[in-house]
Design a protein around this ligand. Structure first.
Ligand SMILES: NC(=O)c1ccc[n+]([C@@H]2O[C@H](COP(=O)([O-])OP(=O)(O)OC[C@H]3O[C@@H](n4cnc5c(N)ncnc54)[C@H](OP(=O)(O)O)[C@@H]3O)[C@@H](O)[C@H]2O)c1
Length: 324
């Protein structure tokens, strides 16, 4: 397999954790890094042995040697940067949430198709060994017919109203930052809800501090989901079926342990399923493999999936009166 040249945009916390994994993937080469400040780009490039350091995102996007751009800025800038990258004929892996709304998502997907370039939302959970096992168990009907999915994601960051977590212009709020994971899990396991109920507690910056969601489905299943920046919560997910349940241990979105309770036999089976590196290697390998095969999207995290996901987030936002 040919080595693909990757460029990273927005050198914050996520970019570093991701780069630690990227440099371990044989089919990838961390070729360039771009920051708004040259010192930061140079330090990053030195730390990860990247050939190029750019002081503007645009310079990286225009570099003809780059195959794939990884976007790790605050959410509010994802759409513009992904669009610029696709127009410059780059493949794109964009951090979650890929876009702020349905319209942006549709436009990006159309551009990826037009340019014949790969585009994917970086939901690493989809590529975890536990997620693969979870879907296998559900397909084998191990817990019978699904009744409900329950998942929470909460932590208590320092209250900094200027940070991307709280600032509206940067796409702040718990729903888009971490609530996306419980919603992702419900979509993966139950599909699209027929009815959404949601309530929030707001910050003084007008974004959701906590978001409480209850989804209903045409076939009567339910999802009970929560995200919060107000408390450290268990960060677990549990799926209940007619014959038992499956629990994804904390933190469920990158769990390495899955527990199956068989209510008929009264047994508990535990699967230990470690991920590689920091957990991003599986996602990176999927991107590289799809690009090598000439695909514009992944079957595991398709364009339609991202559209369905952002539509649900948009419906929740409407319910809690959250606008950007
Ligand atoms: N998949 C995951 O596991 C995971 C985990 C955490 C975060 N994320 C996602 O990754 C993205 C970045 O999160 P992060 O935690 O890395 O954030 P962060 O530490 O704040 O870094 C974001 C970077 O974006 C750049 N940036 C551009 N314009 C900015 C602005 N106006 N204000 C602040 N930063 C700006 C900055 O890089 P330069 O100064 O170098 O230009 C900054 O360092 C988010 O979309 C988040 O949802 C994903």
């Amino acid at each position: 397999m040919k080595q693909l040249n990757w460029g990273i945009i927005g050198l914050g916390k996520m970019a570093r954790i991701f780069a630690e994994d990227l440099v371990q993937v044989e089919t990838a080469r961390l070729y360039a890094a771009a920051s708004r400040t040259i010192d930061k780009a140079t330090a990053f490039a030195t730390d990860f042995n990247a050939e190029k350091a750019y002081s503007s995102y645009e310079e990286l996007i225009e570099d003809e040697k780059i195959d794939v751009v990884y976007i790790a800025t605050p959410h509010a800038f994802h759409f513009d940067l992904a669009m610029q990258s696709l127009r410059a004929k780059k493949h794109v892996l964009c951090e979650k949430p890929m876009c702020m709304n349905v319209q942006q998502t549709k436009e990006l997907i159309a551009e990826a198709k037009k340019q014949k370039r790969f585009l994917m939302e970086a939901i690493w959970t989809r590529f975890m060994p536990t997620t693969k096992k979870l879907l296998e168990l559900l397909n084998e009907n191990r817990i019978g017919k699904l009744i409900s999915v329950e998942a929470d994601f909460g932590f208590k960051p320092k209250m900094n109203l200027e940070s991307r977590l709280f600032k509206k212009s940067l796409g702040g709020g718990s729903l888009l930052d971490i609530g996306i994971y419980p919603v992702f899990l419900s979509l993966l396991c139950l599909g699209k809800p027929s009815k959404i109920n949601a309530l929030a507690r707001k910050t003084t910056t007008g974004v959701d501090y906590s978001c409480y969601m209850l989804f209903d489905y045409a076939t009567e299943e339910k999802a009970i989901l929560k995200s919060t920046f107000e408390n450290q919560t268990p960060c677990e997910a549990e799926l209940f079926g007619t014959k038992g349940s499956i629990k994804l241990h904390s933190r469920f979105h990158h769990s390495e342990q899955l527990e199956v309770l068989d209510e008929q036999r009264n047994t508990v089976e535990i699967f230990e399923l470690p991920y590689q590196g920091n957990g991003y290697i599986h996602e990176i390998e999927e991107v590289n493999s799809c690009i090598q095969q000439g695909k514009t999207e992944s079957n595991l995290l398709s364009h339609q999936f991202s559209l369905d996901l952002v539509k649900i987030l948009e419906d929740v936002k409407k319910q809690i009166g959250l606008t950007y």
